[in-house]
Design a protein around this ligand. Structure first.
Ligand SMILES: NC(=O)C1=CN([C@@H]2O[C@H](COP(=O)(O)OP(=O)(O)OC[C@H]3O[C@@H](n4cnc5c(N)ncnc54)[C@H](OP(=O)(O)O)[C@@H]3O)[C@@H](O)[C@H]2O)C=CC1
Ligand SMILES: O=C(O)C1=N[C@H](C(=O)O)C[C@H](O)C1
Length: 267
């Protein structure tokens, strides 16, 4: 499968190039950064530390997508929307790991999925997607007297909060409990406020150092507490998941898919 890595100079872009190079049945067909990027013209393999691949980074996704079977995209929402439109025109697979979406920004992705095979997830690891299934089950089994809080920590460079994974886990908890996350989520607390409302799902964000990604869902009841935790120890985990998603998407019809679909997990 000929794959384009967009955002090829970024932390995940470099991890994706390494993962494609390691995978059977996939090649790096092109590498993209935006106009003005210092990475333009550099070899994607050299950037990723796997040796020259003879794939220079360009700022021309249109030409790249026309010759490819799929795109691996961990960039920013505005960029991912544009890439989804191009992937739809080219009728190819678009794997989106980008996080930090508003609900309105997701609408054009659904339109692009009429022609592209879009696989989007806030976390491409098996562990987190399994954790989401466990959270859904726990939330369904426990009554609303168990307060649900989602805690996450990431490296100091991360710009969106709560993380895509925290929101994915919050959605799983809300689904398990049969409530709407939008109307039950508390995303910040500061100063004097009303006591916690029964049924709310709280989010807390920590940022610092080089932490790859840590998430806990805490079910706090009277006199007991259940904590479900995932710790990512290596960014390659997400990149391998993205390549797996692309290879899976190759045989699918146009549509909007999740990592749970790829992994065959119940939702
Ligand atoms: N779903 C998952 O499993 C995971 C998701 N992520 C998410 O992936 C995203 C990227 O993370 P990370 O790699 O750490 O971030 P980086 O900032 O290191 O990388 C993003 C790259 O995308 C580039 N980019 C932005 N806009 C465009 C564009 N229009 N065209 C081409 N390239 C563009 C950036 O270039 P420039 O610097 O010039 O803006 C940068 O090189 C984040 O949203 C993060 O949360 C991360 C890990 C796992
Ligand atoms: O920005 C990151 O690094 C990560 N982002 C994703 C998220 O927002 O959940 C996934 C992972 O935790 C790393």
């Amino acid at each position: 499968m000929r794959l384009v890595v967009v955002g090829a100079g970024g932390r995940m872009g470099r991890a994706l190039t390494r993962a494609v190079t390691d995978a059977a049945g996939a090649d790096v067909a092109a590498a993209i950064e935006q106009e003005g990027s210092p990475f333009l013209g550099q070899d994607a393999g050299e950037l990723a530390g796997v040796g020259a691949l003879n794939v220079p980074v360009t700022d021309d996704p249109l030409s790249a997508f026309a010759k490819a079977d799929g795109v691996l995209d961990f960039t920013a929402p505005k960029a991912s929307i544009w890439f989804a439109e191009l992937a739809a025109q080219a009728r190819i697979v678009h794997v989106i790991g980008t996080t930090g979406w508003t609900p309105e920004e997701e609408t054009p992705l659904r339109a692009a999925a009429r022609h592209a095979r879009i696989i989007k997830s806030g976390n491409m690891s098996l562990g987190v997607n399994l954790l989401a299934s466990l959270v859904r089950k726990a939330a369904a089994a426990l009554d609303a007297d168990f307060d649900i809080e989602v805690l996450e920590m990431h490296h100091k460079h991360k710009v969106d909060a709560p993380s895509g994974t925290a929101l994915l886990l919050g959605e799983a908890a809300a689904e398990g409990r049969g409530i709407d996350l939008q109307t039950h989520s508390v995303r910040s607390r500061d100063g004097i406020m009303d006591p916690r409302k029964t049924g709310d799902i709280g989010f807390a964000t920590l940022r610092g150092g080089s932490v790859i990604g840590e998430h806990s869902v805490i079910f706090a009841g009277e006199g007991e507490r259940i904590e479900l935790t995932h710790r990512a120890e290596d960014r390659q985990l997400f990149a391998r998941g993205a390549v797996k998603a692309a290879l899976w998407g190759f045989d699918q019809k146009p549509g909007f898919y999740s990592m749970a679909d790829v992994l065959g997990l119940d939702t």
